[in-house]
Design a protein around this ligand. Sequence first.
Ligand SMILES: Cc1ncc(COP(=O)(O)O)c(C=O)c1O
Length: 393
Amino acid sequence: MSVPQPPEPIPGARLLFSLDPAVSHLNHGSFGAVPIGVQRAQQRLRDEMEANPLRFFTQGLVDRIGHTRRHLAGFLGADPDGSALVGNTTTGVAVVLQSLGLRPGDEVLSTDHGYGAVGLAIQRECRRTGAVSRVLPIPLDATDEQIVQIVRAGLRPGRTRLMVVDQLTSATAKLFPTAAIVGVCHEQGVPVLVDAAHAPGMLATTVSSIGADFWAGNLHKWAYAPRGTALLVVAPQWRDRIEPLVVSWEQESGFPARIEWQATLDYTSWLAAPAGLFTLRSLGVDRVREHNAALAAYGQRVVGDALGVPPAQLPAPGGPGVALRLIPLPAGTALSIDAARALQTRIGARLAAEVAVMSWNGRGWLRLAGQVYNTADEYERLAARLPALLAQR
Ligand SMILES: Cc1ncc(COP(=O)(O)O)c(C=O)c1O
C-alpha cells in the first residue's frame, strides 16, 4: 500500500518560530513551542512589569487577568464565569482533587491511558484521605462504544467519587469519547474530571459540549501560548467548593479569582496567551488543524513502513484533527519509562530529531507530532535512520 501524500506546507509558518533549524522538532506534544511574536508580546509585558513592578501588580492586573480569561474561554467554548486560569493542567487537576473532600472508602477511577503525573496526584490524594485509586484497563483499539461500556461497568455508585478521563491521551494518542463518558457517569451520580492537556488549539470540540464537572487544558501546547498557561473549567455546582492550592489575597473573592491569584508570580504568560490565539487565527485555525493531523498521519506511515509495521497495526486515534500518532517499536524496546527516556535522548543526540518515546502496556511506542513548522522530509529522514539506530541496542 502506498504512503499517502503529505499536506501542502503552510507558507512561512516555520519562520514564526525560533526553533533550532539543525533539529527536527517532532514532539510538539510535550512542551509546545512558542511563536516569536508571542515571545515578544510576553517580553513587552515583562518590560512593563520591570519598569514599575508596584504599578504592574497593583493597578489593573486582576482586570487584565479577567479579560484574558474571558478571551481564552470564548475561544475554547467554555463558560467564562466557570473558568479560571492556572499554570498548567497538572495544577488544575491538583486543585480539583484536593477540593473533593475525599474520605476513607471513597474511590477515584481513572484509565490506564492516563497521564503519569496525574496518576501520581490521584495516588497521593488517596493516600492523604484514605480513599482508593482504581485504574480501568482499556484496550488500545477499543471503540468508543466499548470504552463507554468499560467505564459504565467500572463505576461503583456510592463509592466512586470521581472519574478522571483524558480527552486525548498522552501515552497512546487516543481520543476518548468524553461527552459519552460524562453521560454514563452522571447517570450514576459520579462527577467527571477531563484531562484535556492537549485539546486547546488542536481539537475543535467545545468545552461546554463535553458537559464535565471539571475540565483542565493547556494553552501552552497547541494554542501557542507561553508556557504556564492553562484553563480550569468548573461546573456551577462545584464553583463554591473549589479551593486554591495556595491561599492568597483573593481568597474571599470566591471563584475564579481565588484560584487565579497565587501571590507574587510572573503572570505575563497568561496576559500574552491571546497573542498565541492571534497567531493560530492568522494561520487559520482549521487549516492548522488539518495540516498538523495530516502531517502526523504521514509521519506515522513513513516511519511505520521503515520499521516494517503493516498499516493495519498502526493505531488510529479515532477522530479527525489529532496531530499525535503512535508507531509500535520493535518488541523488547523501551519496556520501562527509564528505557523509553534513554531511547528518546539517544534519538535526539544521534539523529537530531526530537520525538517522544513512550512505554505503555508492556511495549515501547514512538509518538510523532505534526506542527506547522514541520515538513515531510523531517519524518522521511527519521524513517531512513531510525531502523539502524534501533538495531544497535
Ligand atoms: C494528558 C496529559 N495530561 C497532563 C499533562 C501535564 O501537562 P502540564 O505539564 O502542562 O501540567 C500532559 C502533558 O503532556 C498530558 O499529556
